[in-house]
Design a protein. Structure first.
Length: 510
């Protein structure tokens, strides 16, 4: 293998069987993205079309999909669930200029699989993945080697692909069928592993690189206390599991590489219908999970592995403040506005004053993203174990009301106000039964504060996902989150903040 960081990576994979070819296709599919070019070279019959067919069928989720050789049509296009794929064959192309007639200019936004790439001469782009197949008849009729050479931006992704391949080998899932699982806004990737009767989930979470410093020499992720690797996930999963909650069991882990194989909790969620709406029984069970969690001890130091511990950070004022500033930096700009220095100073001063209440109240584990995309329904279990927990690697120590607000003002679905208040009452009753000193009035005020802080942050995050990350699909949630924000700011203790928002923050487009 060539050295990491060289802009090149090369490997040889032995393909002794058809299953081995399918496995390599699944490896490549896991790192493939729109705009990618994968070239396939080798003699006639070396396996180029066989590999392309396996890759296209895997991306389609249909092992019976008709994938003919494009030798005569030259170009075949497939509209697949994740992104389109163009399969081209240049065997009959004699000059590079003929490529202009084949329709490759229409391949923008598609991944391209290209056989006989040598016909393109020196016009191949620098960022690409080359796979060269060589028959090895002395080792068997169908035996071949695949030489994988990654160039430019493809090199680190291909190195990651091989790291994942080795991890699956070592964990006993080498022959598993891999099925892409649609993620949310995070940079983590997931695949369902199916190997006979065994089911598991592969979590691919490479260490998060530090971003540019934004304040006092620290990046946003450090100030907001976002997890940089998988150790916090492992620590919290085991701690939650020990409390009888349905966090996924961890079957295998490579902490250094950020790879985990997890218990598969299924795909039955907390919402139903079109548009999705909360299933009240399931949301009630989720509220019971939080009540049970908040009555249990919440140590700050959790074991990860022998001689490896994780200390949960505190949800401090700096973290809260840098999150609400996302509204100013992204959402207001999205709506075509600007915030001057004086208005920004007022905004932060008002939030500092409001957050004093959060700094003086009781604290517990805050899972941070306790909402419908990260919760599953496990009908075969009972009690609080019926709610599967997926996303908690950014957990910290902070106000318990935060997770209650995260659930009852769910950014992805409309939670009716009557349901919100009923479930808020359910949580309060459970807490009062556990602790007669539970301060209901103080909790409701803190709940409104945490809900307003979270809605403020999410408006900024969703606008940022659109403008910075090219994910406009999150904009459709802005009116809902805005409605939650207005609902929370109606709390009398937040009247000064409400006045500032009324003066400076425009509503989203409906």
């Amino acid at each position: 293998m060539l050295p990491s960081g060289s802009g090149e990576a090369a490997f040889t994979v032995a393909l002794a069987t058809e299953q081995a070819t399918r496995r390599l296709a699944m490896d490549v599919a896991a790192i493939l993205a729109p705009g990618d070019l994968v070239t396939l070279s080798g003699d006639l019959g070396a396996g180029k079309t066989t590999f392309a067919r396996a890759l296209i069928r895997h991306l389609a989720g249909d092992e019976r999909l008709e994938v003919p050789s494009p030798t005569f049509n030259l170009v075949q296009t497939y509209a697949l669930p994740r992104f389109p794929v163009v399969h081209g064959d240049l065997y009959r192309v004699s000059e590079p200029r003929e490529l202009l007639e084949l329709g490759f200019e229409d391949a923008e936004g598609a991944a391209v699989l290209l056989e006989w790439p040598d016909r393109m001469g020196d016009t191949l782009p620098k960022d690409r993945l080359d796979i060269a197949f060589t028959l090895k008849p002395e080792r068997g009729l169908n035996y071949r080697d695949a030489r994988i050479a990654a160039h430019g931006a493809f090199a680190p992704r291909t190195e990651r692909m091989m790291t994942m391949r080795r991890f699956l080998d070592e964990s006993g899932f080498a022959d598993a069928e891999r099925r892409h699982l649609q993620g949310d806004a995070s940079t983590r990737a997931y695949e369902r592993l199916v190997q006979g009767a065994r089911r598991a989930v592969l979590m691919n979470a490479p260490r998060r690189p530090d971003g540019p410093p934004v304040r006092n020499g620290l990046p946003y992720s450090a100030i907001a206390h976002l997890a940089e690797d998988v150790k916090p996930f492992v620590a919290m999963a085991r701690a939650l599991h020990a409390l009888g909650l349905s966090a996924p069991d961890i079957y295998a882990a490579d902490l250094a590489e950020g790879l985990l194989i997890l218990e598969d909790l299924g795909s039955d969620g907390m919402v139903a219908g079109d548009p999705p709406a909360p299933i009240e029984e399931r949301y009630a069970a989720a509220i019971d999970v939080l009540a049970a969690l908040h009555r249990a001890p919440a140590p700050e130091l959790l074991p990860v592995a022998p001689r490896v511990d994780h200390r949960l950070p505190t949800y401090d004022r700096d973290a809260f403040l840098i999150e609400v500033e996302l509204l100013l930096d992204w959402y207001v700009a999205h709506r075509g506005g600007t915030i001057g220095d004086e208005a920004r100073t007022q905004f932060l001063s008002l939030w500092r004053a409001a957050l004093t209440r959060a700094a003086t109240g009781p604290v517990h584990w805050v899972l941070r993203d306790f909402h419908s995309p990260n919760l599953l329904w496990l009908a075969d279990r009972t009690g609080i174990a019926r709610v599967g927990l997926l996303d908690f690697q950014d957990a910290l120590i902070g106000p318990p009301a935060y997770d209650v607000a995260s659930l009852l003002q769910d950014a992805r679905v409309d939670v009716p106000e009557t349901m919100e208040f009923a479930l808020l009452g359910r949580y309060a009753q459970a807490r009062q039964a556990d602790d007669p000193q539970f301060n209901l009035h103080g909790f409701v005020a803190l709940y409104a504060l945490m809900a307003a802080q979270r809605a403020t942050k999410i408006l900024g995050i969703f606008a940022r996902l659109d403008r910075r990350d090219g994910k406009p699909q999150y904009l459709r949630h802005l009116p809902r989150v805005w409605g939650y924000l207005r609902r929370s700011l109606a709390q009398p203790t937040l009247a000064p903040l409400k006045a500032w928002y009324d003066a400076h923050v425009p509503a989203p487009e409906s």
